[in-house]
Design a protein around this ligand. Sequence first.
Ligand code: PXG
Length: 285
Amino acid sequence: MSLQVYINGKYYPKEQATISVFDHGLLYGDGVFEGIRSYGGKVFKLREHLDRLWESAKAIRLTIPMSKDEMAAAIEQTLAINGIKEGYVRVVVTRGVGDLGLDPDFCQTPQVIIIADHIKLYPEEVYRNGLRIVTASTIRNHSAALSPRIKSLNYLNNILAKIEAKQAGCAEALMLNHKGEVAECTGENIFIVRRGEIFTPPRDAGILEGITRATVIDLARKEGIPVHEVPLTRHDLYTADECFLTGTAAEVVPVVEIDLRIIGTGKPGPITRRLIDLFHSLTRS
Ligand code: PXG
């Protein structure tokens, strides 16, 4: 049976799951989204993802036409209908169908789309051997232009950086903010380890406040590893003992080379490996 996609309360087979070309989500990237994981039939950090979705929507003055509880039920139903236990859910809320003009007031009803599927961002060997990344020349959106805290349907900023990564033969790119500080990667937050302590850019460095980021900070602190949310430079990264990325799809990924500088020993470090194990024990128990 074909994958069933939820659109505004109804299910459509993948091939028929289509929306209007007049939807402002398509015309202008006017909308918000979330990427969520399901492990063993349980949706991971569902409340946190719903809270972030509602906050993103609020920031762009979009009213999601259902309650958080209704959305939670719809997400669980979409996974169940498709028989997916280990999966990935994409929730999209667009401004809806409007005119050929920016004005969102001509969009009558926001569209709610829920896709349950599978995701595999990196091959297994990346988790064993680590990732090589490069700094993109494209800086992260200035928060006064479009806050990186909004998970909006306009991902061009990140896509341009992703293109630079691919051009350099890498799977991910490091993005700096307008001050030249380290912000995040195109779809993951970044961390370093130095002398047994963990450092990651603060919320106001111009990042999406990742739910995996918060989970890993929590896991580390419970292990007694100090975590500091402080501005970081590329120099801090180059001279770190360890580096790793966090994201819903990627989970915890070691980074072993940045801009051709080998990080630490060039192999995933002990704290990174410990956090990967701890994250697995949360999600695979
Ligand atoms: N920064 C950005 C810009 C993101 O888009 C993260 C950090 C990590 O946040 P979470 O909450 O997931 O820990 C994200 C989320 C993809 C993909 O296809 C990437 C994300 C979400 C969905 C899909 O690469 N990144």
